[in-house]
Unconditional design. Structure first.
Length: 220
């Protein structure tokens, strides 16, 4: 995981061509993931849901059960998070070896889980709620065309069609990187687990604080 300083370094290298070639190899391996998760909003929604469920129908007492947990999860069919991905792609001649240009871009990967696929196991005797999250789903992978920055090996490659060509190159590059990036999958799983726990805990604590909530991935 890289800091904002790394991102600034990429931009600086793109501005100064003389130094860019020296540091290019370092740029290519830099991958930045910025997670934009507002856990407070998830927690607040969970508390509101818990309040509504606890109030329930007049005269009825809410208990911890799979059915009541399903009602908590109904507040969102899909929990998602956006990951900002900064990378550098290379365009080659037909020989596959001669570099035409380098293009830096910013992409967004939207990842999440389907709440309907959560597995819930409640052990009333031990007072343990175990929730297994399903596989992460990548709903969207988009490249921001306004973020493309180029370094051309030769001026002849700077054509009127280069932007569209580079944009499609970046889309393929983002697809390839996310498909092979285990760190992204691991990070998305951790955040999905955190979201689920943030939804369940306020509800459980208001009903029976003696329960322990365990959230894990079905890959583990």
């Amino acid at each position: 995981m890289c800091s904002n300083e790394n991102e600034k370094m990429i931009i600086k290298m793109l501005k100064y061509k003389k130094r860019f070639m020296v540091l290019l190899l370092l740029c290519i391996i830099i991958i930045l993931f910025k997670v934009f998760l507002n856990h407070d909003s998830f927690s607040d929604r969970a508390k509101d849901t818990a309040k509504n469920l606890l109030e329930g129908e007049e005269g009825k007492v809410t208990t911890i059960s799979k059915a009541s947990l399903d009602k908590v999860f109904e507040i969102s069919e899909l929990a998602t998070a956006d990951y900002i991905y900064n990378a550098v792609a290379k365009s080659y001649e037909e020989d596959g070896q001669t570099v035409k240009y380098y293009v830096a871009y910013e992409g967004t990967v939207k990842a999440g889980i389907d709440f309907s696929k959560l597995l819930v196991d409640i052990n009333e005797k031990r007072k343990v709620i175990k929730i297994t999250i399903p596989d992460i789903e990548f709903q969207e992978k988009t490249v921001d065309p306004g973020t493309l920055k180029y370094i051309f090996k030769d001026e002849k490659y700077e054509t009127e069609n280069v932007h569209q060509e580079a944009f499609e190159l970046c889309e393929r590059d983002l697809e390839r990187r996310t498909a092979n990036e285990e760190n992204l999958l691991e990070l998305a799983e951790k955040n999905a687990a955190a979201i689920v726990k943030a939804l369940v805990l306020p509800w459980v604590q208001q009903i029976d604080s003696g329960y322990q909530v365990i959230v894990s991935s079905d890959l583990k």
